[in-house]
Write a protein that binds this ligand. Sequence first.
Ligand SMILES: C[S@@+](CC[C@H](N)C(=O)[O-])C[C@H]1O[C@@H](n2cnc3c(N)ncnc32)[C@H](O)[C@@H]1O
Length: 241
Amino acid sequence: MMTPDDPSATAEGPEAESPWSNTFYGRRKGKRLRDRQAELIADLLPRLRLPESGPLDPPALFDTPVDDIWLEIGFGGGEHLIAQAQAYRNVGIIGCEPFINGMAKLLSHVDEAGIGNVRLHDADAVPVLGRLPDASIGHAFILYPDPWPKRRHRRRRIISDATLAQLGRVIRPGGLLRFATDIDDYAAWTLARIGRSSDFIWQAACADDWRKPWDGWISTRYEQKAFREGRKPSYITAIRR
Ligand SMILES: C[S@@+](CC[C@H](N)C(=O)[O-])C[C@H]1O[C@@H](n2cnc3c(N)ncnc32)[C@H](O)[C@@H]1O
């Protein structure tokens, strides 16, 4: 029987899927932070950071009551996360991003705009999934995850049967997983895993649904780079059954 943590059960063979732990393979640091960014990492991040270990109680993370909790994995510079936090002040948003320069950019916006409904994790998002209670998240966003296009590196992709199973556990029925990529092979990879997941169903309103951005979509930095380089995005929405 195919199980989420049995990589040999996948169509691509034993090396294709990401293991449970150590699912971050990217860079932690880029160029030197400006003084103000370094201050925000030192002073503001500790106030917004998730507790280091143990089960999470998402509503209790926020200073004021929230109507829902959303999760963004790999928010990069935070363009989408910030826009969502400003548009939905009644929603608590948990953002995960190990790249410190991206985190610093997001913190600058949080600081300048006085945003209170954001909590942050500056490391791999996958262990966070394991700490979230069942059905505790309304929507989750994975926007332009690292594509790992080489066949031998595909097992590093954040989307795997295992992470989808965890997302299926934490997203409540009726909630959404939104996934965007500019790599056709990654779109097909993700749709294949959604198709065989018992938790999600791909929502496509029409034949080219996946070519259309979501209503109110805020383009990200990485998407702009994809456009400049001539790549076309795919926008995939999976509904939690
Ligand atoms: C290609 S960038 C896209 C950033 C942003 N979403 C955008 O569209 O501009 C992918 C991001 O995912 C982050 N990332 C990669 N693996 C991750 C993981 N396991 N947990 C959380 N973030 C991760 C990387 O640090 C990187 O910033």
